[in-house]
Design a protein around this ligand. Structure first.
Ligand SMILES: [Zn+2]
Length: 101
């Protein structure tokens, strides 16, 4: 068996790689599973793409589709955040200059 993380030869019965310590088979860390990557999106944002890239679970096409979706969601979120901040700063500067009253 080959470790997905360090690509070194390990024993078939190893639950963890004896070289890099990465979990194997059912011991692979939760953040490499697809639901884990999506949970990470809401915690660390687009940095979860790194875990999707490193995930040993998914094939390339599934990874690419999910990466595109995560990137789109990140861009939409950043745009919505920008619009919200701009509205607040416009409102605040309007209040300061007294143009609202
Ligand atoms: Zn390893």
């Amino acid at each position: 068996m080959i470790c997905y993380n360090c690509t070194k030869e390990i024993d078939n019965t190893d639950n963890y790689c004896r070289f890099c310590g990465a979990g194997q088979g059912s011991h692979i860390a939760w953040y490499y599973k697809m639901w884990g990557v999506w949970i990470l999106l809401f915690i660390i944002g687009p940095f979860c793409l790194w875990f999707l890239y490193k995930s040993p679970y998914q094939n390339k096409i599934v990874k690419i589709i999910n990466a595109v979706l995560i990137t789109l969601i990140s861009i939409i979120f950043c745009y919505k955040f920008y619009v919200a901040v701009k509205e607040i700063t416009d409102l605040y500067s309007g209040l300061l200059s007294g143009s609202l009253f």
